[in-house]
Write a protein that binds this ligand. Structure first.
Ligand code: GUN
Length: 290
């Protein structure tokens, strides 16, 4: 069993980006600038956004963190997005999800200029992805593709089962794994909460990508020997022995599934860091596409 080390791979990517940013600066070109909007004080979201800002500093990007109160109106948020869309100094920006209930996430997604949508959530970018046109790929699926690519995992002709059909992970992931690309050419089955006899699919799968948000959902009896498992889950569970008061669990019962795998991502240190590296890659790409 080989661990797919997202932490190391994301550091490799960040080192590559650092060199490119230094070159841009040397040529007197603009320093890439990523902005992040966060609404409210969701603990997990704050952790993720802070990690994104820290990654910007590491690679030499400029970054801006825009914190809006939990009760900000939808109109105020949309006005902020409009401001960033029109700010030439900002190359890309994200609005951290989830948003409070009174704000329509779809309206927010549509309001972000596709040219600055480094999360790759806008329908224009998702549509371009389906058509194999240049676009921003959604950060988590892009990170998974990078990880499989950099470990040279053969995907062509393989049976890939994706568990979970979210708009930001499961659905785009199923499209990327079926594309005619080095990482791709899989026969993909997209499974979800209404799938009957899920184990019948997972047992046959060569590659399983789990993005369900249910701690330790995938168990050893559900997978075959030699499977590649990518775990997108990150559930916080109370743990008084930790300084933070919690520990992170993936969607995979790691201890019993890992011995059956050819490759598996750990949690933490697997997909999570790759998502951030992809965001950095997309921000650099935003400059190229200008
Ligand atoms: N919430 C969970 N994952 C993501 C992500 O990739 N981008 C944003 N903006 N919010 C998220």
């Amino acid at each position: 069993m080989i661990l797919l080390d997202g932490k190391k791979t994301s550091n490799d990517i960040k080192d590559e980006i650092t060199i490119k940013v230094a070159e841009l600066k040397k040529q007197g070109k603009k320093t890439p600038h990523l902005a992040a909007i966060i609404v409210g004080a969701n603990g997990a979201s704050i952790t993720y956004v802070n990690a994104k800002v820290k990654a910007c500093e590491k690679v030499g990007f400029d970054s801006s963190l825009i914190q809006l109160p939990e009760d900000v109106s939808e109109a105020e948020l949309l006005a902020k997005i409009d401001e960033l869309n029109n700010d030439d100094n900002i190359d890309g920006f994200i609005v951290q999800l989830p948003l409070p209930k009174h704000i329509d996430e779809h309206k927010v997604t549509l309001a972000v200029s596709p040219a600055k949508d480094v999360d790759g959530f806008h329908p224009e970018n998702l549509g371009r992805m389906v058509l194999d046109l240049p676009c921003f790929l959604p950060a988590t699926p892009y990170g998974i593709v990078q990880l499989l690519d950099r470990y040279d995992i053969e995907t062509s002709g393989k049976d890939c089962v994706v568990i979970g059909r979210s708009h930001i992970v499961g659905s785009p992931m199923s499209i990327l794994m079926a594309r005619n690309n080095k990482v791709g050419n899989c026969t993909v089955t997209l499974t979800h909460s209404r799938t009957k006899n899920l184990t019948e699919y997972t047992k046959k799968a060569d590659i399983i990508i789990v993005a369900l948000g249910k701690a330790e959902f995938l168990t050893a009896d559900m997978v075959k020997e030699g499977v590649v498992v990518v775990d997108v889950g990150i559930t916080r569970v109370k743990d008084d022995s930790k300084k933070s008061g919690f520990r992170l669990l993936g969607d995979v019962k790691f201890d019993e599934v890992a011995p059956k795998c050819s490759y598996i991502t750990p949690v933490p240190g697997g997909v999570g860091p790759m998502t951030i590296a992809s965001l950095m890659m997309n921000t650099l790409q935003a400059i190229d596409m200008k």
